[in-house]
Design a protein around this ligand. Sequence first.
Ligand code: PLP
Length: 386
Amino acid sequence: MNQIAYLDNAATTKLDPKVLDAMIPYLGEFYGNPSSTYSLGRQSRLAIESSRKQIAELLGVKPTTIYFTSGGTESNNTAISSAVKQLGCTHIITSPIEHHAVLHTVEHYSKDGKVSLSFVKLNASGEVDLFDLESQLADKTKAGHKCFVSLMHANNEIGVLLDIEAVGAISRRYGAIFHSDCVQTIGHYPINLSEAGVHFASASGHKFHGPKGTGILYVSEGTNFSPLIHGGSQERKKRAGTENVAGIIGFTHALALSMDNLPHDRSYISSLNKRMRMGLTSISQNITFNTDEKWLYTVLSVNFPAGSNTDLMLALMDRIGIFASGGSACSSGDDGGSHVLTALNNVHSGATIRFSFSKMTTVEDIDFAVESVNTILEKTGRPISA
Ligand code: PLP
């Protein structure tokens, strides 16, 4: 394979070489267990605690509100299980387009009937109807429920953004606990979590050029929560297990690099996104987009003309070295199609492909992908636009 174009950065990103450099000493030389009291152990402890401090500064919160986890899935699970088991929430309001790490978890906790579940209304493009959220909160609270709201900051398939501060303010009015899955936004936007009004927020290192299997859960001051993983007393007894020291260093370094270069990277990635959109539009007027230009700039969800097929297009693209995804990568293997597009009644007869970009994507990648898509559509007999 000669040229490749990796256009699946919402699934995962390539580790930044600078992040790897920062991690290496903690994979070799500094191997002490952070719970050990001798100096080798204390060195690891110090690295963890200074990482926590640095992350807290970057996210506008206190270090004691940051807990290290194995990623977005664990952080989401911890927030949801805590709301149900520790915080006395008896009704969950979420949306049908959340990541499965939220959707399947809330379904799991509502199965025994002790917690009820409802979905907020979305408009046709996937934006949360804040009036409906408020009216559901008012009704449920009046009926004696304590509510838990879980709404993602940006959708990983179509990129729709949430007005997180507005949801924070509405949730507060009804004494509800608010969790936001910020996996696609932390590292990509300047975010001050204390101003966002969230009780819980989840982030994942591999979405911004950090290592896989690393994440954080932010828990606002004064919010009590219970561990998902029981055992030792790590993470102030909230997350047992010997810490992934090198992973924590990698997460922190990746976040610091992302925030340092954010304005530049954001405008560069947005320009690539626009270039791809324009390139595809010039192939056919029958190519449409599920992503609005004002949403998450790393993602472009594309509908190809009727007659094209998602699996076939992905396979043909793969053969020539273009890597993209049919929906979210975590769903590959599910053949039920995209739950996001299904929930939005946006299932159309052609292929739908998500392209997603990062600071490592090049203009050549975009042009190569657009050209190849055109060839694939011609070979597979797309109907030429009107
Ligand atoms: N939430 C969202 C919005 C995601 O996009 C992902 C990963 O695709 C996750 C959660 C899961 O994160 P992780 O892979 O770190 O478990």
